[in-house]
Ligand binder design. Structure first.
Ligand SMILES: [Zn+2]
Length: 89
């Protein structure tokens, strides 16, 4: 378990080792979630970020028995989880 940043809100978060192409984060604000590595790459390549409100709402709706909900490319599209394109410095 390492120190990293939450890919949803940017707060300090724990990043677990990847399991089957999913990386699990534990953020004090977004709580725990697992995200597909393809999405992480795509976010960086496309300069996109998550819409924090919509993503947290989605995660809470998917959280069952404390298990980490997952975010894949399909969910980001279905639930419109990405925010506007960000131009990085
Ligand atoms: Zn977060």
């Amino acid at each position: 378990m390492g120190k990293d940043k939450c890919v949803i809100c940017g707060a300090p978060a724990h990043r677990m080792l990847p399991v089957a192409n999913f990386v699990e984060f534990d953020c004090q604000d977004c709580r725990n979630y697992a995200i597909n590595e393809d999405i992480l790459r795509a976010l960086v390549e496309d300069g996109r970020s998550f819409n924090v409100e919509r993503t947290r709402t989605y995660l809470e709706s998917e959280r069952v028995d404390g298990r980490a909900p997952t975010i894949t490319r399909l969910e980001t599209v279905l639930h419109d989880l990405l925010g506007p394109i960000t131009i990085w410095d």
